[in-house]
Design a binder for this molecule. Structure first.
Ligand code: TMP
Length: 237
């Protein structure tokens, strides 16, 4: 398999074509942005952590029956994936109030939600990824009703699996963002699951082990990325 020309460069990853038109190579960068790219920086080693963590979590989710785009880890920063067409939706799952939900609804950060909250955002940087609902999705033809049902079902199942997985590593899964793609007409999980896309708090101390340390200038950013990866790796079975 050969790495060919770059297809796309996002804020945290690059995507390359390969000599197989149904496979891409994703390359993870150390670049970090927040607030729709307004804040920029580098988190040294982040690309390696996010690549390895996503690979471990996607493999684990596959074992639980969740289809993902992952084929195989190629190197510290590269992963071979199925060439999906990404649906322009950010799917956010929330167990505990934090971030934009706390701001928007005036619910103190750390307050458990009585029911898991599922949100959709329209993946569009120019518009700042605005929140939308099912009606917008169908009216704008961003996904079909069947696809949205699948996405909701997968997102809630992934939440159950990940909550348990992180708790076993003394981490509370506060919230996270998923992206899905289409491959041979089927919805499968794509993108990444990492400290960039999750809020992860230490179960005993509530210490933030995620990108909020960068967003909010809390310091110790590199260290917590390594910490999360080592908690995952050291307890792998
Ligand atoms: P929020 O509270 O800022 O809406 O973020 C909710 C979750 O989604 C949080 O775990 C961080 C993640 N997220 C992304 O992965 N990408 C984004 O662009 C944003 C805004 C949030």
């Amino acid at each position: 398999m050969q790495k060919l020309e770059q297809l796309y460069e996002g804020k945290a990853k690059k995507v390359f074509k390969t000599d197989n038109e149904k496979q891409y190579i994703v390359e993870y960068k150390d670049d970090a942005t927040a607030f729709n790219g307004e804040k920029k920086g580098t988190i040294t080693g982040k690309g390696v952590v996010n690549n390895k963590m996503t690979a471990a979590l996607f493999a684990m989710l596959e074992e639980h029956g969740i289809p993902t785009h992952q084929i195989e880890l190629l190197s510290d920063r590269e992963c071979l994936v199925k060439a999906v067409k990404i649906l322009p939706l950010e799917v956010i799952v929330r167990n505990i109030a934090a971030g934009s939900l706390s701001q928007r609804l005036g619910i103190k950060e750390g307050t458990p939600m009585k029911k898991t909250v599922l949100e959709f955002c329209y993946k569009n940087d120019e518009l700042g990824d605005p929140m939308i609902n099912d009606y917008h999705i169908f009216a704008m033809e961003l996904a079909t009703e069947d696809q949205v049902e699948k996405i909701k079902d997968y997102a809630l199942r992934i939440n159950e699996i990940l909550q348990k997985f992180f708790l076993e590593r003394n981490i509370r899964l506060i919230d996270f963002k998923l992206e899905f793609g289409l491959y041979d007409g089927e919805v499968i999980l794509a993108d990444e699951i990492s400290p960039d896309t999750c809020r992860l708090w230490d179960k005993d101390t509530d210490k933030k082990l995620d990108k909020d340390r960068f967003r909010r200038d809390l310091g110790g950013v590199e260290e917590v990325y390594q910490e999360v990866l080592s908690r995952i790796k050291n307890t792998e079975n």
